[in-house]
Design a protein around this ligand. Sequence first.
Ligand SMILES: Nc1nc2c([nH]c(=O)n2[C@@H]2O[C@H](COP(=O)(O)OP(=O)(O)OP(=O)(O)O)[C@@H](O)[C@H]2O)c(=O)[nH]1
Length: 135
Amino acid sequence: MTPFSPLLVVAVALVDADGRVLLQQRPPGKAMADLWEFPGGKVEPGETPEAALVRELEEELGIQAQASCLAPAAFASEALGDRHLLLLLYVCRKWTGVPEARHATALTWVRPAQMYALDMPPADLPLIGLLEALL
Ligand SMILES: Nc1nc2c([nH]c(=O)n2[C@@H]2O[C@H](COP(=O)(O)OP(=O)(O)OP(=O)(O)O)[C@@H](O)[C@H]2O)c(=O)[nH]1
């Protein structure tokens, strides 16, 4: 039997002072192009989830967050092509710098209830209600 080897991805709901959450739009030409997603990405071998998220925030948005400011919030478990995605969602309210779209097509700040109107990856859909309850 093939061992179960999930794709481990970390993502974060960056929450501003008005309770809005940052989403970024995936660029054209990539899988799930144009969908709105939480900043984040794959955990590399040997990395902790928190270190991976700190790295992704710097790479994707040019902001600095401390691992201690990343609060584990929810997770998603979803088939993704021939893999199985485990997505760990953190909440973060404190960072340094102003997010800029270094990889994404665009950024937007929205309340969780507004996410239902956006096209998001299937794994993210159950996370919207959880964020509504949480924030
Ligand atoms: N960052 C992020 N990834 C998500 C979300 N939802 C979701 O299904 N994913 C999936 O999780 C994986 C994230 O890995 P990634 O960001 O490193 O990969 P990528 O496809 O953008 O590009 P890459 O493999 O060229 O780096 C992608 O397959 C992405 O579609 C989300 O809300 N945020």
